[in-house]
Design a protein around this ligand. Structure first.
Ligand code: P6P
Length: 330
């Protein structure tokens, strides 16, 4: 289908076709998704030219997480803030790179507006070694007059859209609007994201896990029991250091991604609002499971802070179940 130019569906046309299914919709969400698409193309260009333009390496500052900001972290953040800031439908944004959310507009004018949360460049420590990096975004509804904090700190189940951009061997845009997961690939010769797969479903039966085993000794016992079992069962291990790349492999091939509590990150390392929740929405929409622990669904966690962290167990339902089977309830 993609090779037949008369049958090309772009991300833009897909978004408008989805909007057309809801006559009452105003197009506000479509405009926000368009801003994310443009941002992704700009960031992709900067990532691929980074070494040539000498924008690799640390920016010389730390972000709110206490992590050394890469120059491209700052640049990607600025691109997203600028493009989303120009969209009338964006009430506020929250970013991994900003300690406080940015309130853009909140007139009680009856207009439908949204809160957009994002990790502008996830896995950016991979940049210097030409590894995969990604952008993750989450879109929550905002009601005029509702305090910004209340709008931002909604459960993941309230998301109206979520997705990621993976800057890998190609640039892919993966999106859910709550009606399945669709995959687009950037065609640089056309300058558009082209639909290549609709309704992604995570395959069962892939006996592989994705975890940083360097932290193994400080994992809670149940996770170590799971790893011992998986290795006895002949599982393979894949881990890139960028959640978006590991999750993309799992969406397409199956398996499970874990970031358990560790000695350095007692509540897990990944951020609930702009990493775990959007990924969880995608994973569940593709038929998988997304947990923070043996009985805790990520999308049901009541947030208390924009930058709060959480343990993560996401992937194919059969592979998440295999992890849970080894975690004691304590
Ligand atoms: P570690 C990147 O910094 C990130 O937030 C995720 O993308 C990735 O899965 C994880 O942290 C890697 O963390 O501790 O294994 O380097």
């Amino acid at each position: 289908m993609v090779n037949d130019p008369t049958r090309i569906i772009t991300l833009q046309s897909h978004i408008l076709a989805e909007q057309a299914q809801f006559p009452e919709s105003t197009g506000t969400l479509s405009w926000i998704l368009s801003a994310l698409s443009i941002s992704a193309k700009i960031i992709a260009d900067k990532v691929r030219r980074a070494r040539l333009e000498n924008v690799l390496g640390p920016a010389g500052a730390e972000n709110v997480q206490g992590e050394a900001q890469q120059k491209l972290d700052v640049l990607a953040n600025e691109v997203l803030l600028a493009s989303l800031g120009r969209r009338e439908g964006v009430a506020m944004v929250a970013s991994e790179e900003n300690e406080e959310p940015v309130i853009l507009r909140d007139e009680a004018d009856g207009a439908r507006r949204y809160a957009v949360l994002f990790d502008p460049l996830d896995g950016s420590s991979n940049l210097d070694v030409c590894g995969a990096v990604g952008t993750i975004f989450s879109i929550l509804p905002h009601e005029a007059g509702v305090p910004a904090r209340a709008s931002l700190l909604q459960r993941g189940a309230a998301q109206v859209a979520a997705g990621y951009v993976l800057y890998g061997s190609s640039t892919v845009f993966v999106l859910t609007l709550g009606r399945g997961v669709d995959l687009f690939v950037l065609d640089p010769s056309v300058g558009a994201f082209i639909l290549v797969e609709r309704g992604l479903r995570i395959p069962a039966g892939n006996r592989s896990y994705s975890v940083n085993e360097g932290n193994r000794l400080s994992f809670p016992e149940g996770y170590r029991r799971y790893l011992d079992w998986a290795q006895r069962e002949g599982y393979s291990s894949r881990y890139t250091g960028a959640m978006v790349a590991d999750v993309h492999r799992i969406l397409l091939k199956g398996g499970v991604f874990l970031y358990p509590p560790t000695a350095k990150a007692h509540h897990g390392k990944l951020r609930l609002m702009y990493e775990a929740n959007p990924i969880a929405f995608l994973i569940e929409q593709a038929g998988g499971r997304a947990l923070a622990g043996p009985t805790e669904r990520l999308l049901e966690i009541a947030p208390t802070g924009i930058h709060q962290r959480t343990p993560v167990i996401v992937g194919a339902a059969d592979q998440v179940d295999a992890v849970v089977a080894h975690l004691d309830e304590s």
